[in-house]
Design a protein around this ligand. Structure first.
Ligand code: PLP
Length: 434
């Protein structure tokens, strides 16, 4: 398997190079040059096999030539070492909970897989790799945790001071070892600009081998296919193919599901559910892709105005708008609707959803209104505890604190305050000398 740049102006590469580079030299996203189809038998016998076996078959052609099969299998076992329960909500409606990993957000799977791959590709190398990542909350924690203790790799996380939740900040700052946190006086966009500047800085390129761990990296994107397979495995024997509703921000997760569908996975339809950041719902309605400035919402991991993975979704359909609309619908919801859905799910079904999962539920409900009798699965992407103040205030209850979170509450927060790019640069140069 080869990967090409979607900007069309860079050489094709193997999986290892796509992972190490993150983004192609022409700033395009990497995309597989062909999409393998798995046999009918593979999809019909999902329930008889272990998830890690299925995962190895699904991922194998994407990593072929650079990851031996045994190594891939080992990485997948490590990556998928927690459950993805499918919870029945009502007749024909299930929640697929993706938040039982170490940082209780669905980004754990991609971050852990990428960490293993990068550690492996850099093995025996005499140069440490420095992973630089800007976070608005969940990505940083998952990346930090995934890379903790991986030899030959250090991680520097930039986060906006005062704009992440206390639990999220602890997940970034209490780990120590090969993880460093920079507390930026500014916004998430400022953090992202600093990271972009660092990648373009020739002095840093000389001093450090820098890479990025954001969601456009193929090693974070591709393993998300496995969620959909985990969901299908747990459906009752006679259920027809479900519609999948995915709370979407950068559109990496739903894009992975649609890729699996092109590999033959049974899926009736996909629904992208967004908050008020509705660039994609507007695009599907009008055919015009016009990002507006990002709006802050209570489902803040999806406050993305220009989803970077949407170009990959368009590529899956060779940019055919009618073909895309056949498999994808999109709906947008505001915070009032989100809170009402959280309350309804709790009062009517005894289910506690976080704001992102609630947006996913709303997307599913909107689609099922027009398609009665169609079974559906919505993805629940974060544990309610990660949005504790919002969930407790909306539902009028006190959440139990899971073990994964209790352990970070005890650690001491350590971070370095920075307010300009030159301070970030000096920090990285000092790090390279240490
Ligand atoms: C990142 C994130 C999303 C959005 O996922 P994308 O792949 O960027 O669309 C949704 N929910 C939560 C909790 C997240 O952290």
């Amino acid at each position: 398997m080869w990967y090409k740049s979607l900007n069309g102006n860079a050489p094709r590469v193997r999986f290892n190079e796509a992972v190490i580079r993150g983004i192609a030299p022409d700033r395009g996203l990497y995309f597989p040059t062909e999409i393998p189809r798995l046999s009918k038998n593979f999809w019909e016998t999902l329930k008889e096999r272990e998830l890690t076996d299925l995962a190895a078959d699904l991922m194998q052609s994407f990593t072929e030539g650079v990851l031996p099969e045994g190594t891939l299998k080992e990485f997948l076992e490590e990556t998928l070492s927690f459950p993805f329960p499918l919870v029945r909500i009502a007749e024909g409606i299930h929640a697929l909970e993706l938040y039982h990993g170490p940082t209780m957000a669905f980004k754990d799977v991609g971050a852990r897989f990428m960490a293993q791959c990068l550690g492996y590709f850099n093995r025996g190398g005499n140069r440490e790799v420095t992973v630089l990542v800007a976070t608005s909350g969940d990505t940083g924690g998952a990346v930090a945790r995934g890379f903790l203790g991986v030899p030959g790799v250090r991680v520097v996380i930039l986060y906006p001071e005062g704009k992440v939740s206390d639990i999220q900040e602890r997940q970034l700052t209490t780990l120590g070892q090969n993880i460093r946190a920079l507390r930026v006086r500014g916004s998430f966009d400022d953090c992202q600009d600093m990271v972009k500047n660092a990648f373009l800085d020739p002095d840093l390129a000389k001093a450090l081998q820098l890479t990025s761990a954001n969601s456009i990296n193929v090693a974070r994107w591709l393993p998300q296919m496995l969620y959909y397979v985990a969901g299908l495995q747990q459906l009752e024997g006679t259920d027809p193919a479900p519609v999948f509703a995915v709370p979407s921000g950068n559109f990496g997760n739903i894009c992975a599901g649609m890729l699996a569908a092109q590999m033959g996975m049974p899926a009736a339809h996909f629904v992208a559910a967004t908050n008020r950041n509705d660039t994609v719902p507007r695009y599907l309605e009008t055919g015009q892709y016009q990002p507006a400035p990002a709006i802050p919402t209570i489902s803040n991991a999806m406050d993305v105005a220009d989803p970077s993975n949407f170009i990959r979704i368009r590529q899956l359909f060779q940019d055919s708008f009618p073909d895309l609309k056949e498999l994808l619908s999109a709906y947008s919801f505001d915070d009032t609707q989100t809170r009402a859905a959280m309350k309804m799910l709790h009062q009517q079904y005894g289910y506690v959803a976080d704001p992102h999962g609630a947006v996913g539920y709303l997307g599913l409900a909107a689609y099922l209104d027009a398609h009665p009798g169609q079974p559906g699965i919505f993805l629940e992407t974060a544990h309610p505890i990660k949005f504790r103040p919002e969930v407790e205030a909306t539902l009028g209850l006190t959440l139990d604190i899971p073990e994964q979170i209790q352990s970070v509450l005890q650690g001491e927060k350590v971070s370095t305050s920075v307010s300009s790019y030159s301070e970030v640069r000096n920090f990285l140069l000092d790090l390279s000398a240490s």
